[in-house]
Ligand binder design. Structure first.
Ligand code: SAH
Length: 429
């Protein structure tokens, strides 16, 4: 059965065509820092002075998504000129293979239409652009599906708008009253594209969910075990030099409830927002049908202290110059799997099936990245482009680069159990 799905993937990936659409690291956008990070520091200082130390989650939320000066809110942070580079930005091969995987799994579900493809945290929209191009090669009509983007940053929503469609989007003021989305447009291939603030606002229909490097940007709480039991690591102001510093809470805080009773670690990170979003995705998958694919760097509930900053591709102290560097924490995939399989008592959905995590190198190799590289190299006449392709392939799959650090997790509704026993998801076996 396994080789059957592999054969199918090989067949499907041959249909994509051989054109090279983007050069690896081809980076035109310049990063401009419009937000005044100092404003952010002043606001955080004022908040601590007024109410005492804040949680790491409050700090992360403020630094990343403060409407005026948040890190993501008013600039392009990706690529060589930004602070970090992500897999879809490295090579078109990444998005193309994800697209083929989605077509394969959607076909397994009986090709229900209309459906929506929903991406959480789409960044520059590069992954979605590669997916839409492949969908069009498979002759999936633009009218058969809509694109839903959950994006907090108005600036990045504009970048996505240019990347995905020829026309200027309609902004909130022009949309019918009561619209759940804040912006809408039409893609190059004719499908509706809509932007949402929250996963809960998405239309109720069969959904292919995607989240690439989204969960690592969501706020985490840091917990630590001390002699008196579990306490929370908070952020306080050093009154002498007005710098920020970590302190330990005097008493238990609400976040301490999120650790498991049999926890063996002495220090850990929990992300209630990630759990809520995963539960929302799982509920939709159960109630309306769909599949979820989550890709991120992370662990299976065994890491302790992963909260860090990134600036100009280098590690950066997360408490220094807030708003000028990305803040991130490794995703606890064991917690996401728990959330996908544990409905809250008042909710009407059953545990979903989860597959993975598997390492990026295994997923991409199993779904045919080597074959795709060969195809692109065969049609490539430019030596530099060929070198770029090879180097992108290495970066995506080498265990010393992104191959082992990044993991893939898939969610399916429980009704698909029998089908998946016969035809397990490619890339995961
Ligand atoms: N998926 C893209 C970008 C990853 S960066 C890629 O891999 O290239 C994280 C993305 O999530 C950005 O688009 C950021 O603006 C968005 N984001 C961060 N926090 C968010 C939140 N709470 N709600 C919605 N989007 C968020």
């Amino acid at each position: 059965m396994q080789s059957c799905s592999r054969r199918l993937m090989t067949y499907l990936s041959q249909k994509i065509g051989f054109a090279i659409h983007r050069r690896y690291f081809c980076d035109k956008a310049k990063t401009t820092l419009k937000g005044n990070a100092n404003i952010l520091l002043k606001q955080i200082e004022a908040r601590i002075l007024a109410g005492g130390p804040i949680t790491v989650a409050e700090y992360m939320k403020e630094v990343l998504t403060n409407p005026t000066a948040g890190y993501y809110m008013n600039r392009d942070v990706f690529g060589q000129t930004g602070d970090f580079i992500t897999s879809p930005e490295i090579s078109q091969m990444f998005g193309e293979l994800i697209a083929v995987w989605l077509v394969n799994e959607w076909t397994k579900c009986g090709r229900p239409t209309p459906f929506q493809i929903a991406e959480l945290g789409p960044g520059r929209g590069t992954l979605m652009a590669d997916i839409l191009r492949v969908f069009s090669k498979f002759k999936i009509a633009g009218s058969d599906f809509s694109v839903s983007l959950v994006e907090v940053s108005p600036y990045l929503a504009q970048v996505q708008e240019k990347q995905l469609g020829p026309r200027q989007a309609q902004e909130a003021t022009k949309l019918p009253q009561g619209s759940q989305h804040y912006k809408q447009s039409i893609s190059f291939y004719g499908s509706q594209v809509r932007w949402y603030n929250h996963i809960a606002d998405l239309p109720r229909t069969f959904t292919l969910f995607l989240a690439h490097e989204f969960f690592d940007a969501l706020p985490i709480h840091k917990l630590v075990k001390v002699d008196q039991g579990w306490r929370e690591v908070l952020i306080d102001l050093n009154r002498e030099d007005l710098t920020l510093r970590f302190v330990i809470s005097r008493d238990r805080t609400p976040a301490c409830l999120y650790r498991l009773d049999n926890e063996s670690r002495e220090e850990l990170e929990v992300s209630p927002q990630s759990l809520i979003i995963t539960q929302a995705m799982a509920a939709r998958i159960h109630q309306d049908g769909g599949i979820g694919l989550v890709i991120d760097y992370g662990h299976e509930g065994d890491k302790t202290d992963t909260f860090r900053g990134f600036k100009n591709h280098k590690l950066h102290d997360p408490l220094v110059d807030p708003g000028t560097a990305d803040l991130t924490a490794d995703v606890d995939f064991s917690a996401l799997k728990w959330a996908a399989t544990h409905p809250r008592t008042f909710e009407d959905w059953k545990a979903n099936l989860t597959f993975g995590t598997v390492d990026q190198k295994d997923f991409l190799t199993r779904v045919g990245i080597n074959l795709r590289l060969e195809q692109l190299l065969a049609s490539c006449r430019d030596e530099d482009v060929a070198l770029n392709l090879k180097s992108a392939h290495k970066m995506l799959t080498d265990p010393m680069e992104m191959g082992s650090k990044f993991k893939f997790l898939a969610l399916y509704p429980s009704v698909m159990e029998k089908i998946l026993e016969r035809y397990p998801p490619p890339g995961f076996v």
